[in-house]
Design a protein around this ligand. Structure first.
Ligand code: G3P
Ligand code: CA
Length: 344
C-alpha cells in the first residue's frame, strides 16, 4: 500500500468526497456515457487537481526511447528505457515508399540519418525499406552530444515497427504516434496489422466481447496506446478497433486548444490527452479528469517541471530521461482514481 506524504492527507480526504461526485459521471464507456460529452468545464479546484485519474503510479513514457542519453528511435535508446524501468517506450511512425512502418520522428531523414545521400536524405516516404537499411541513425547523436557519445551508437539502423514489437514483446508497453497521417494514407491500417501480427491488439481488450476501449483502466494495463495530433487519425483507429486506448496530442496553434468543447470532442474517442507541458495547469487537469481523460504532458526532462505536473495530478508524462522521472515520481503519492472502469 502506498504511504502518502502527510502534507497531502487533508487534501485527499477532501478529494475522496469529490471522487464520489465525479466517479458517477465517468463510467469510462465512451459509447454510453453522454454525461462526459455534455458537461461544461469545471471551475478550477484545488481538490480536483490533487485527485489523479487512474489507480496506478504516474506513467513514465520514454520519449523516442531514453533519447536524452542515446540516439532516438534506436534499439540502444529503447533498450536503455526498458533497463531504466520506463512504463512505455514511445514511437513516431513513418511509412516507407513500399508501405513499411518505420520508427523515425521527422518526415525527412536529414537530421538523424547518415549514409548514401540518395537513400538517407530527403523524405522517408520516398525511400524503400531497402534504401533505409543503408542509413545510420546513431552517428548524428555522437556528433551532437560528444559527452554522451559511444562507439556502439555508430551505424545503428532504423528499426521497423514490426522489429520493435518483436524485440520487446510484453517486456514494455508501446505508446505509438501516427505522425502526419494525413500525408501518409494507410498508416493506421498498417499499424493495426503490425499489432495484430504481434498479438498486441487483444491482450488489453476486455474479455467480455464488449467494445470498451475506452475502459479507463486500459491506460494502466494495455500493451499499446495510440496517440496522434490528428483527431481524424484517432477517430479512424477508434472506428476500426474500439478497444484500443487513444490519446489526443495537443499543442499550441489554435485558440483555447483545451477548452470545454475540445475536451468534450476528445472524450468521444480517446481516453486521454497529451498536451504540451506548458499548457497544463490546474484548470486543464480538472477539466480533463471531469471527463475521465488522463493527462500525459510532453516532453519533460526538468525535475522541477516534473514535480509541478505531478503536484497538479497528471497521470503520466513523456520524458527523454526516464530515470529522472522515476526518481521524481517516487517523491509523489500514487494517483487516486476518480473515474471507475466501465462494468460489463
Ligand atoms: O508524442 C508526444 C510528443 O512526442 C509529441 O511531440 O514532436 O516529439 O512527436 P513530438
Ligand atoms: Ca511523438
Amino acid at each position: 500500500m502506498t504511504v502518502l506524504p502527510a502534507r497531502r492527507l487533508p487534501l485527499l480526504v477532501i478529494a475522496a468526497l469529490a471522487l464520489a461526485a465525479v466517479a458517477t459521471s465517468c463510467s469510462g464507456d465512451d459509447e454510453d456515457d453522454t454525461t462526459a460529452s455534455t458537461t461544461s468545464a469545471p471551475a478550477p479546484s484545488s481538490t480536483a487537481t490533487t485527485t489523479p485519474l487512474l489507480d496506478a503510479p504516474a506513467t513514465v513514457i520514454a520519449h523516442r526511447g531514453a533519447s536524452g542519453l542515446a540516439p532516438e528511435h534506436t534499439f540502444a535508446a529503447y533498450d536503455l528505457a526498458v533497463e531504466q524501468g520506463a512504463d512505455f517506450i514511445e514511437h513516431d511512425l513513418q511509412l516507407t515508399a513500399d508501405g513499411v512502418l518505420v520508427v523515425v520522428h521527422d518526415a525527412t531523414l536529414d537530421r538523424t540519418a547518415r549514409g548514401p545521400a540518395e537513400s538517407c536524405t530527403g523524405p522517408v516516404a520516398t525511400k524503400t525499406l531497402a534504401q533505409l537499411r543503408q542509413c545510420d541513425v546513431g552517428s548524428w547523436f555522437n556528433e551532437a552530444n560528444p559527452a554522451l557519445a559511444k562507439p556502439e551508437y555508430e551505424g545503428l539502423p532504423i528499426p521497423t515497427l514490426a522489429e520493435v514489437v518483436a524485440r520487446y514483446g510484453t517486456d514494455v508497453r508501446y505508446y505509438i504516434e501516427t505522425k502526419a497521417p494525413e500525408a501518409q494514407p494507410g498508416m493506421e491500417q498498417a499499424l493495426l496489422a503490425v499489432l495484430d501480427d504481434a498479438g498486441l491488439t487483444d491482450a488489453g481488450s476486455p474479455d467480455d466481447g464488449s467494445t470498451d476501449a475506452g475502459s479507463r483502466a486500459d491506460l494502466t494495463t494495455a500493451p499499446v496506446v495510440i496517440q496522434s495530433f490528428s483527431a481524424a487519425s484517432l477517430r479512424l483507429v477508434h472506428d476500426l478497433r474500439p478497444d484500443l486506448p487513444l490519446v489526443q496530442l495537443v499543442t499550441v496553434g489554435t485558440d483555447d486548444p483545451l477548452g470545454p468543447a475540445q475536451l468534450d470532442d476528445i472524450a468521444d474517442y480517446a481516453v486521454g490527452i497529451g498536451p504540451l507541458s506548458a499548457l497544463v495547469d490546474e484548470t486543464v487537469v480538472a477539466a480533463a479528469h471531469e471527463r475521465c481523460l488522463a493527462v500525459h504532458p510532453w516532453t519533460v526532462d526538468d525535475r522541477a517541471e516534473m514535480a509541478r505536473l505531478l503536484d497538479l495530478g497528471v497521470d503520466g508524462l513523456f520524458t527523454n530521461l526516464p530515470t529522472v522521472a522515476i526518481q521524481v515520481r517516487a517523491d509523489h503519492a500514487a494517483p487516486t482514481p476518480v473515474c471507475t472502469p466501465a462494468q460489463p
